[in-house]
Design a protein around this ligand. Structure first.
Ligand code: 9PG
Length: 474
């Protein structure tokens, strides 16, 4: 375990942490602040790494893959893993009297780790993260403009609703590349090939009709998960990740109950994942949003205990890539960030946007900023600006509508500006018929692609985020 003691006074330093998976909080904060840890233990698996949680002590910050400490003059220290394929790199910075102690712990086979003192922290973060991206053969295809059904229809989505929106988008000549159906079409979590009655059709009928309208068909899957009520779970309870007591381990609570995750050290599970991706690709979906991927990387008892959890995760994702094909566009979500490099084309780099600005009670009182809110989404995506060297960032959707939303005019325009700064994918979920003239104009503006910007002034703050971005000289 490498360890460094820095001579700098902790009061002068800020710390940049990256967070573990898409929904975990990433931020730049004074080192003497306290990194929040969710009060509710049942949230730990869903937005954090339960094996490396924030400590909750003032002056102690934990980060995966990358950690930086920044002096007021912009210089400081940066640590970054240079390989993340089968090893998780855990960083901790701890204010210690008049100095700071930094430790780096590896979970998995030994990998090279960079640790530098530099006059330009931001530049070094970008250089080292690009280095990591190169070493892991990052995929950074052109960004896409996506309509996604989730943020207005949620699980009540129907085949007709998606097609109505696609037809209207074509009529209005809205510049979407992809129409992506989200959660709500499947009979149960894990039973992806069987339709849910309320969806009003079979997902298989969608691609040809979307393609006729000139859109690339996209589909959401949570391929590693299984509900206890699903056929997948009933037929293969032995395929699930287990707890110490030998029974399937619940790995989160959503869809009205607990759910389980596949053990990707089992060859038959990898075959099943490959077949699933091949089947939906065969139906005509070359764009897949692969969600809740963190499941395969959770601590637990695996069939093959010699495979570490980063490697187990990567094996599961590799099987999906093999099934979907090299030319499929894979968007990771709820996914360990660096461990996905080279396998996904794009990655959600923050929690969900929601049609409200801030969920203060959950964020402040429950210490959990991984929940859906516009503030949480942009706060975290902005603090991960350097990750565009790993994949196309997906900062999540614009919300341009005024109905079915609590966002005000200024908040909608602020969201637009922040998405523009983050760059990467552009997405919308608005029912197009709800948009009036100004709404359509805002939507069109949000579909204009931009390149990521770097933070230039680290001393200014945005709504509690101590990261400031400006457009221009990148
Ligand atoms: C579909 C949604 C959308 C969305 C994803 C993801 O912790 N949770 O319980 C939790 C639930 C849903 C969620 C994230 C976290 O949203 O980010 O875009 O696809 O699933 O169910």
């Amino acid at each position: 375990m490498p360890e460094w003691t820095l001579p700098s006074s902790p009061t002068d330093l800020r710390v940049l942490v990256s967070g573990y998976q898409s929904w975990s909080e990433a931020e730049l904060r004074p080192l003497l602040d306290r990194q929040s840890v969710p009060l509710m233990p049942w949230r730990w698996q869903q937005g954090h790494d339960p094996a490396f949680l924030p400590s909750g002590e003032a002056g102690v910050w934990r980060s995966h893959t990358l950690l930086a400490l920044i002096r007021p003059d912009g210089g400081g220290w940066v640590g970054c893993a240079l390989d993340a394929a089968s090893t998780f790199t855990h960083w901790e910075a701890r204010a210690d009297g008049n100095g700071v102690r930094v430790t780096c712990t590896l979970e998995g086979p030994p990998v090279e780790v960079a640790w530098e003192e530099t006059p330009d922290v931001i530049g070094a973060v970008e250089r080292l993260s690009a280095d990591l991206g190169r070493r892991m053969n990052a995929r950074t295809p052109a960004p896409l403009r996506v309509w996604c059904s989730w943020y207005s229809y949620y699980r009540n989505v129907t085949l007709d609703a998606v097609l109505d929106n696609a037809r209207l988008a074509r009529e209005l000549d809205l510049p979407f590349d992809v129409f992506q159906l989200d959660d709500g079409f499947q009979a149960d979590l894990g039973d992806w090939l069987e339709p849910r009655l309320s969806f009003g059709g079979h997902v298989q009928d969608l691609p040809a009709r979307l393609a006729e309208l000139g859109f690339t068909p996209g589909l959401w899957l949570a391929p590693f998960l299984a509900a206890p009520t699903s056929r997948l779970f009933r037929d293969h309870p032995d395929w699930m990740l287990r707890g110490e007591d030998g029974s399937p381990l619940p790995v989160g609570h959503n869809w009205g109950g607990p759910y389980f995750t596949l053990d990707t050290t089992r060859p038959e599970v990898l075959d099943w994942l490959r077949d699933l991706a091949r089947t939906v690709r065969g139906w005509g979906f070359p764009y897949l949003k692969l969600d809740f991927l963190y499941g395969a990387a959770l601590p637990g008892v695996r069939h093959d205990p010699s495979v570490g959890r980063a490697q187990a995760y990567r094996n599961g994702l590799t099987a999906l890539r093999e099934g979907a094909g090299e030319d499929a566009f894979l968007l990771g979500c709820g996914a360990p960030l660096a461990a996905s490099i080279g396998l996904v084309d794009a990655m959600r780099t923050g929690p969900d946007v929601a049609p409200l600005w801030d969920d203060e009670s959950r964020r402040l009182w429950l210490g959990d900023a991984s929940g859906p809110s516009t503030r949480n989404a942009v706060h975290t995506s902005l603090a991960r600006w350097y990750q565009h060297a790993w994949y196309q960032p997906d900062p999540d959707v614009m919300i341009a509508r005024r109905e079915l939303s609590l966002l005000g005019h200024t908040e909608r325009h602020t969201l637009l500006g922040l998405l523009d700064t983050v760059g990467g994918l552009r997405a919308s979920s608005d029912p197009i018929e709800l948009l009036d003239g100004p709404g359509l104009e805002l939507l069109r503006a949000s579909l204009r692609l931009s390149t990521p910007e770097r933070p230039r002034t680290l001393t200014q703050s945005f709504g509690g985020t101590v990261t400031h971005f400006t457009r221009g000289t990148f």
